[in-house]
Design a protein around this ligand. Structure first.
Ligand code: SF4
Length: 346
């Protein structure tokens, strides 16, 4: 793991309050809704990496797309440096916001046009977000950005087409395009999930370097809790569109309070451990959250569910300093036993 000294938090860049996104299922008159995310409250500060961790369909990417203004919230609000996103309307202001908070996508193969050279995407972003630069200035800056993301010699890469690059190199191009906007926060949507394991660590190190050298914050979206531990300061564990647990990474991993976080941790493979099948049969598809009603959404998989879990939705409660979990049975006094210690899933 990278050595991360404790950092005082800087200015708050993004805050969400009660952020909710529902998707209508069926035709215009349908009253069935898929709950993408419900009541999300998070903040991201200057010089900070916040990780959103959870299974596919847990709502992580929906949050990133809401912050990127790809989706419009069903309810709740997003604040950028204290200003509501819904008040940003003019083309100029939207462009400026998208430059401050760009997105890097999961698929390094689909996110670059196969017909343009590397230089095209970067200089296009520079034209949009740095109109002060001359043509020569854009070319110089494009080369500098490629060097900043570890692609050297930069002039060689500027002339290449995407098919001439590996997955890791393409993902670095994605980061260079984001840097062209001079961002303060990058929304990194599973940037390493489609890369070979041996290449992932290089991209994670790149994020840590950009944070350290350029003071860029990240919202890092991943299903891999181990990689979140590697780079992030804070962690939000998502389940079925809600935050199950949040707090400083090391504290959440050392003292996981929510049974779902414990399940995620127990599923992290240890290459040195003997091979065995999971003891609790917990390998299930995550639920599609359609009109869920009240109650804990994890209850069908939870070995500790009590009667209250079926009728009352648990709220996030502070259980340790800066560490919250949404669970009726987890308390600061009670360490919920790990699920791999013989409990039976109901
Ligand atoms: Fe399990 Fe109940 Fe806690 Fe949900 S609220 S995680 S069902 S014990």
């Amino acid at each position: 793991m990278l050595e991360m000294p404790a950092r005082p938090r800087g200015v708050e860049l993004i805050r969400t309050e009660g952020l909710t996104k529902h998707f209508r299922l069926g035709g215009f008159l349908s009253r069935r809704y898929l709950h993408g995310v419900d009541d999300i409250n998070l903040s991201i500060h200057e010089d900070e990496i916040v990780a959103l961790v959870g299974e596919s369909g847990s709502g992580k990417s929906t949050i990133a797309r809401l912050i990127a203004r790809v989706y419009t919230p069903t309810a709740g609000e997003i604040f950028h440096r204290g200003r509501t996103l819904s008040s940003i309307r003019s083309h100029r202001d939207v462009l400026e916001y998208r430059g401050d908070v760009p997105m890097v996508f999961q698929d390094p193969y689909g996110s670059l046009s196969p017909v343009y050279r590397v230089s095209h995407g970067i200089t296009r972003a520079l034209k949009l977000h740095r109109p002060d630069l001359s043509r020569q200035g854009r070319e110089d800056e494009a080369a500098r950005l490629l060097e900043a993301v570890g692609l050297t010699p930069a002039l060689d890469f500027l002339g290449k087409f995407p098919y001439q690059l590996s997955g890791g190199q393409r993902q670095r191009i994605g980061f260079a395009q984001a840097l062209a906007c001079r961002p303060e926060l990058i929304l990194a949507d599973e940037p390493v999930s489609m890369l070979d394991v041996s290449v992932r660590i290089g991209v994670l190190n790149l994020m840590a370097t950009l944070r350290r050298r350029e003071r860029i914050s990240f919202l890092y979206i991943t299903h891999d809790i181990a990689s979140a531990r590697y780079v992030a300061d804070r962690l939000l564990v998502m389940y079925a569109g809600q935050v199950a647990e949040s707090g400083p990474v090391e504290d959440v991993l050392a003292h996981p309070k929510h049974p779902y976080t414990q399940l995620l941790l127990s599923a992290v493979p240890d290459p040195r451990a003997p091979i065995s099948l999971p003891a609790t049969g917990e390998v299930q598809e995550p639920p599609r959250v359609i009109d869920p009603g009240e109650g804990c959404r994890f209850r069908s998989r939870c070995p500790y569910a009590i009667e209250e879990c079926g009728r009352v939705t648990p709220k996030l409660r502070l259980l340790r300093p800066a560490h919250e979990a949404a669970c009726h049975v987890a308390t600061s006094d009670l360490e919920v036993p790990r699920v791999d210690e013989g409990a039976t899933v109901r």
